[in-house]
Design a protein around this ligand. Structure first.
Ligand code: ATP
Ligand code: MG
Length: 298
């Protein structure tokens, strides 16, 4: 299957009609990791990203913000590590958003996010993001209570209000040269169960296990409803959501690398050309260096 067609399948272009149930967590578009084509797609995607990132950095005008959201053990961290593995670390910034600090709670929910968006020329990765504010905070009302909002603002409309703030914020970023692309790593409840068991079984993975993850697992249906609502409300052509099938980690990585590659290709960053006076100056520098002759090593 062509990359473009594959991406279209997972990009939410018609948010009004979006239903999570229409997306299969184990989808691989007929690819198999045992076959050469999948393997070459994995390596080609990373290489293409690395090349495009170099151009983005050299041009220093646009930025890319990639948002990652998922249930625990969906493979977010591994996917980020894989996809960015070829990219020069200087051109990439990863932010992991944890529970907000006291200082962060004393500001509006976009404050800490706005401070962390990528600079021009960079790829910014959000490992969790402002979307936690309509996911975990929606599922756990006690978290909302901690946010110290004036009570008149905490109404049944609060989630719609937040969606609107998020849409406007992302639109603003796009208008100012930051491209936004969002990934929901869609893992099935059964696959999560298997991965939690593997974490318990393997001593090297046990540190990853957290009792909190089991508590969230019990709220699975509430989370899925929140994800569905969120994607409907915030997938827009300038800042689309991709629902990435995540039961097969290798396939999720192919999809993410391809979607990020596409975002960069649409920016089409250009390496600045050295011309005119500046080029003349370089010619003079070359002449001077050549005239010095080989150095004696002192
Ligand atoms: P790992 O894969 O290592 O477990 P993680 O992303 O799950 O990584 P944790 O430190 O386990 O990192 O979890 C971060 C926690 O912070 C999550 O439970 C998440 O829901 C929570 N969190 C993030 N942003 C917010 C927010 N705005 N409000 C409340 N909780 C938040
Ligand atoms: Mg965790």
């Amino acid at each position: 299957m062509q990359l473009e067609k594959m991406l279209k399948r997972f990009r939410v272009d018609k948010p009004d009609k979006f239903r999570l149930a229409d997306y299969d967590c184990a989808d691989t578009c007929g690819l198999s990791i045992d076959k050469a084509d999948a393997k070459s797609m994995l390596t080609d995607g990373v290489q293409r990203l690395a090349e495009m990132q170099e151009r983005l950095y050299a041009e220093n005008r646009s930025a890319v913000l990639a948002v990652f959201q998922a249930m625990d053990a969906a493979g977010k961290d591994g996917a980020i590590a894989h996809v960015m593995s070829g990219v020069n670390p200087q051109g990439c910034q990863v932010h992991a958003f944890k529970e907000p600090s006291a200082e962060e709670l004393d500001h509006d929910f976009l404050w800490r996010v706005a401070k962390s968006v990528p600079e021009r020329g960079r790829i910014g990765i959000f490992n969790r993001s402002h979307y936690e504010e309509v996911l975990v905070v929606r599922v756990h009302s006690e978290l909302l209570a901690k946010e110290q909002l004036p009570s008149a603002l905490v109404t049944k409309d609060i989630w719609e209000d937040r969606f609107k703030s998020i849409r406007h914020f992302e639109r603003h970023l796009v208008r100012n040269g930051t491209r936004v692309v969002k990934f929901f790593l869609h893992v099935s409840k059964e696959e999560q169960r298997k991965r939690f068991l593997a974490r318990l079984d393997e001593p090297a993975k046990r540190w990853k296990f957290s009792m909190g993850d089991i508590a969230e697992r019990k709220l699975w249906d509430k989370y899925m409803a929140a994800y569905e609502d969120m994607i409907r409300a915030t997938s827009r052509p300038h800042a689309p959501w991709y629902v990435v099938p995540a039961d097969h980690k290798w396939f999720a990585r192919i999809v993410i690398a391809a979607a990020m590659g596409k975002a960069l290709e649409e920016i089409d960053p250009q390496i600045p050309k050295v011309e005119g006076e500046a080029l003349k100056e370089l010619t003079n520098v070359r002449k001077a260096l050549e005239a010095e002759g080989p150095s004696s090593g002192k």
